[in-house]
Design a protein around this ligand. Structure first.
Ligand code: N01
Length: 556
């Protein structure tokens, strides 16, 4: 391993053009990866295309942006001092506070000195003769590294929709996933929001309060559960902190989705109608993502799922006064939870406002954008500003933007042309020493992301430490192990209702993208155990090479 450059040497990159590890991205994954590897004595360089840390929380500054996992849980667990000292203000902290937390972590652990901001990684090419990666950045510099870690995020590649006439629109166009840094004031404006996923569901109630008129263009109605957001009291924070070690253990080992909550002990059809309704009511009143944890079969049994979906549809009908609008807002083409469930504050009630109109663009698709209007179903809806809440090229989009070349010059995009293929979501055969944090094939977006990020970072750091201790230079997923894992991920997904929705989990929101269920749905606890077992068996399913001679590590 090369000598880690000291922090003070960071202003002299020419002397440190070779790193042990290049990390791409300074969001929550990249920050912790840097901290962890540096603590093990590795030299690390992080490249971040944004102007500062925070990843998704740096870009997603749209009105109402919040996390949908409670902040006491959507936070790092690796430092007890950090989790004991940081005060979250609300149950679901708003984006500026989450960004402030990311900045606090960067400062607290002195991470900035090893991060190059405003710098995109354009290309990474594996040099088979030197067993290292040549990494080229947007400022035309090149460095070499033994390992590359892609901490590029799952929802970081905002997708502009391909709608005729969009470029000719005369007003301002905003994308929720790439929002300006300065506050936007919609007062007195006629605003159009295209899309009704989580980003729209969070921003619509806020924009409606400001705008003279808001028109929401909906292609697919979504299930949404009230957040019941509120300020956290000092007592609530303290009660949580007292139990932190158990909460974190449960989230890592027992919860399927990395969130601490009561686990259901029965299926929805085992309860009578009244009992079921009162359980749904209790979770509805409590609010949040754990609504889907009322019963243990909502994700696998359509009849059970229908009971939850019917409950939410009835709530929408109760809330929205105009029956036609209520009907349009009731999702009816996918099981509840098979698309990422949304968490809202007054989303459905917003459609009772006189200044809000819902336009059904499934029956009457958008034909084109005119300089001052959106034309759908032959009607022109005049708008002064457009908000595109049209989502992301999820899970693979940011990786695909980098020209990654592995063995024999094969690009990762070529290899993944029919869908992403990984072993454990961590590595892809033919791309040695290239790790992906929360990559496709791991629980990632089906979980509390920070739980999954920490698990991957710890596993990767242990792995490269083990390689160093054993005098090994190259680690690579075996093709056979990868094939088996891809088949397993697919098989588990198809035991559930998830593939029944045209979701971004499936790549279905991107025209032409292969439709494969990308995350691993076996649960974070099960997945963690699999990863730990692989490591305990001497990194079973990986081929390792010492400095010169190839060798398959026997299971220890
Ligand atoms: O994106 P989405 P998002 N014409 O893909 C519509 C996370 N997140 O940014 O469903 C018209 O869910 C599209 O319609 P359809 C969270 O994991 C988290 O809202 O394809 N409409 C859909 O309605 C979430 O799941 C938080 O028919 C078009 C919408 O745009 C993920 O990010 C907050 C269209 C896109 O919805 C993505 O959420 C926000 C077109 N050409 C986001 N193209 C937290 O709370 C797309 N649509 C942490």
């Amino acid at each position: 391993m090369s000598t880690p450059p000291s922090t003070s040497a960071q202003s002299q990159p020419a002397a440190a053009e070779t790193y042990d590890v290049v990390v791409v991205g300074a969001g929550f994954a990249g920050l912790y990866m840097l901290h962890k590897l540096r603590g093990q004595g590795f030299s690390v360089r992080v490249y971040e295309q944004g102007g500062d840390v925070g990843g998704t929380w740096y870009w997603n500054r749209y009105p109402g942006a919040r996390c949908d996992v409670e902040s006491m849980q959507y936070s790092y667990s690796f430092s007890d001092e950090l989790q004991q000292e940081w005060d979250w203000s609300e149950r679901y902290a708003p984006q500026p506070e989450i960004l402030k937390y990311a900045n606090h972590v960067a400062d607290r652990f002195n991470l900035r000195s090893d991060i190059a901001f405003d710098t995109r990684v354009d290309r990474a090419e594996f040099d088979e003769s030197a067993n290292s990666w040549a990494v080229t950045t947007s400022d035309d510099r090149s460095v070499t590294a033994k390992y590359v870690v892609l901490a590029t995020g799952c929802l970081s590649n905002a997708r502009m929709p391909d709608i005729r006439g969009l470029s000719g629109f005369k007003g301002k166009v905003y994308h929720t996933g790439n929002w300006p840094h300065e506050p936007i004031d919609f007062t007195g404006q006629r605003v159009g929001v295209i899309g009704t996923g989580s980003s729209a569901i969070q921003s619509v109630p806020i924009i409606a309060e400001e705008a003279e008129h808001l028109t929401v263009f909906q292609r697919t109605a979504n299930f949404s559960i009230p957040a019941r957001n509120a300020a956290l009291t000092a007592e609530e924070r303290e009660a949580f902190r007292q139990k932190y070690s158990e909460i974190r253990r449960f989230a890592r080992e027992e919860a399927r989705n990395g969130i601490y909550t009561e686990m259901p002990d029965r299926g929805a059809l085992e309860d009578g109608e009244n009992e079921r309704r009162s359980k749904y009511e209790a979770r509805w009143s409590r609010g949040g993502l754990t609504f889907m944890s009322v019963y243990n079969n909502l994700a696998i049994d359509k009849a059970a799922n229908d009971t939850a979906a019917d409950f939410v549809r009835a709530k929408i009908a109760e809330t929205v006064k105009d029956p036609q609008t209520a009907k349009l807002l009731q999702p009816n083409n996918h099981p509840i939870g098979s698309k990422r469930i949304c968490i809202d504050s007054d989303y459905f009630a917003t459609f009772n406002r006189p200044n809000v109109t819902l336009v059904d663009i499934r029956s009457n698709p958008i034909e084109q954008i005119l300089p001052n209007a959106v034309r759908a179903g032959g009607k022109d809806y005049e708008v002064d500003a457009l908000v595109l809440a049209t989502g992301f090229d999820a899970m693979t989009g940011s990786v695909a933007k980098i020209d990654i070349r592995g063995r024999n010059g094969q690009t990762l995009n070529q290899k993944w042309a029919e869908g992403p293929k990984t072993y454990l979501g961590l590595m892809s055969a033919g791309f040695p020493n290239l790790f992906i944090i929360t990559g496709p094939g791991s629980p990632s977006v089906l979980s509390n992301m920070i739980v999954s990020i920490e698990q991957h970072v710890d596993w990767i750091a242990d792995c490269v430490g083990w390689m160093r201790d054993h005098g090994l230079e190259v680690l690579e997923a075996e093709q056979g192990a990868e094939d088996k894992w891809v088949a397993h991920v697919n098989e588990v997904a198809h035991t559930t209702l998830y593939p029944q929705a045209n979701s971004w989990y499936m790549g279905a929101n991107i025209p032409g993208k292969p439709q494969i269920f990308m995350p691993y749905i076996g649960g974070v606890g099960v997945y963690r155990q699999i990863c730990n077992d692989v490591a305990a068996k001497g990194y079973e399913g990986f081929v390792m090479t010492a400095a010169q001679q190839p060798q398959k590590m026997a299971a220890s």
